[in-house]
Design a protein around this ligand. Sequence first.
Ligand code: SRM
Ligand code: SF4
Length: 555
Amino acid sequence: MAINNDPQPLSDVEVIKTKSRYLRGTIKESLADEVTGALYPDDLQLIKFHGTYMQWDRPSESERRKQKLEPLYSFMIRVRIPAGVLTPAQWLGLDELSSLYGSGTLKLTTRQAVELHGVRKRHLKKAIKGINDTLLDTLAACGDVNRNVMASANPHLSRVHAEAQQVAKAIHTHLSPKTSAYRELWLDVKPAGADHEPIYGETYLPRKFKIALAVPPVNDTDVFANDIGLIAIVEKNELVGFNVAVGGGMSCTFGMPETFARLGSVIGYVPRSQAVNVCEKILLVQRDHGNRSNRKQARVKYTVEKLTVAGFKAEVEKRLGAPLAPARDYKFKTNNDAYGWQQGEDGRWHITLFVEGGRVKDAPGYPLRTGLREIARAHQGSFIVTGNQNVIIAGVSEAAKPALQALLDEHGISAHQQVSGARGSGLACVAMPVCPLAFADGETYLPSLMDKLDPVLAELGLKDVPINIRMTGCPNGCARSPLGEIGFIGRAPGKYNLYLGASHSGDRLSTLYKEMLGEADILAHLRDVLSRFAKDRRQGESFGDFVHRAGIVKA
Ligand code: SRM
Ligand code: SF4
């Protein structure tokens, strides 16, 4: 039984988990109910642990209600992909499932996962079964458990990256829930015996839990945005261990100053052999000390604030039975992906492709989805989803490179890589029309804003400067907007708060610059600060650093 350290009563979700019989609830009955396209309210909490969320088409909602119809419900399914690595067959499998049961698009997420949208209740089980048939799963893709473990892409580039990816997979396996409910509900596998969760206990964690690994100098997983960030320490070309950061998180709630974005605090170093163990021990501290009364105060970042960094570290060390070693030196330079072809240590080639907003679809004049499908049919290596919503076609032999390049050219993918540095450094969350928490658009709006900003950047001579732009439809920060050198957080339809000044390597948060801006004001303010950047920028200075030096914002 999990400990509730708070004198307040347990939150509703805690009660639902307690009664759920290891995440079963009444999901089976809910799925079988043909009267509604929805699931029963308590099950909506539990299905998250199984990797799916109920959503609805928000634009048609009020009209449907007038017609006495329930909203047009559908489900988003999130596929858990540790370190983002897929085989071409798995890519093809997901692509096919999105045609069979979903909206015909794939969403590459900011945590190296893939989502299907628009799956109706009657297809949910078939779709999840289909995902398992590709040897992927959706268990713990969402819910109060350890989520998809991220690792610096590209594991084929160097031995160190490959080793970091193996550590990510080991953490993923060790911290996966053990309940048989998932296989029973979605795959019709009868439980072999009684359920037991040796790490989580029957009420799992107080809140979602996220782990990311990064290999400096590239922080492409934004380690400091995670509950646990592991920073690879490489000595003599060997991955010797990790600095451990705890308590990162991006979300806040407007009007609630007790909620805030926070960067992870580095508490020490562990050798590589202890990476899984230290993650387990941090998770146990959170399991036992996290707030189970108030979900708005339940993430690790608030537990760290409550216990203090030193107090949290002491709890981790108590469970480890030994003190953590002092953190070692490291330096991050960027949190961006490196586009284009790169050659790995083994001589194989890897190409990182820009996927705007992470949305893989066929658009008029740009058949990206078809192109990637054709590549998957021909390709022998792997597909890697990056934490920046992009994809890497990895492990291409010298001999196969020209044919792959031809497919990229034929489907317009090469031409669509010619984007400005700012557009190529953009992230946008799902937001409207399906995210129930969105106040404004995310991925459906950022491209058109960039269409207007790109000419300004070109005019100012900044076309090729990578400036991280991150947009979310609400302050939950799913596209890590507080880490944008330019960050947009949706306030209302068409209105955004504008934040400036995060570092280019993910280790400084941005600061609120202006509130409730519509498009014309956004463009006017950005023209102003970008003009100053163009005029007064020092050699190699990033936009985020410049706005601080110029006093445009203060940390
Ligand atoms: Fe997120 C909730 C989408 C990464 C912080 N997020 C949601 C939901 C499930 C909305 C909901 O609760 O109904 C969104 C579903 C929309 C959809 O159709 O996908 C959603 N989050 C996403 C994705 C798909 C955004 C994207 O466009 O890529 C990302 C999926 C990641 C994955 O594969 O697991 C996604 N979410 C993030 C990140 C970024 C990260 O983890 O690096 C964050 C900020 C980091 C953090 O956790 O602090 C993030 N999402 C949230 C929160 C705020 C959590 C909190 O601490 O308060 C919520 C709301 C909640 O949990 O109550 C949320
Ligand atoms: Fe939805 Fe807000 Fe997350 Fe965007 S940031 S996907 S609007 S919860």
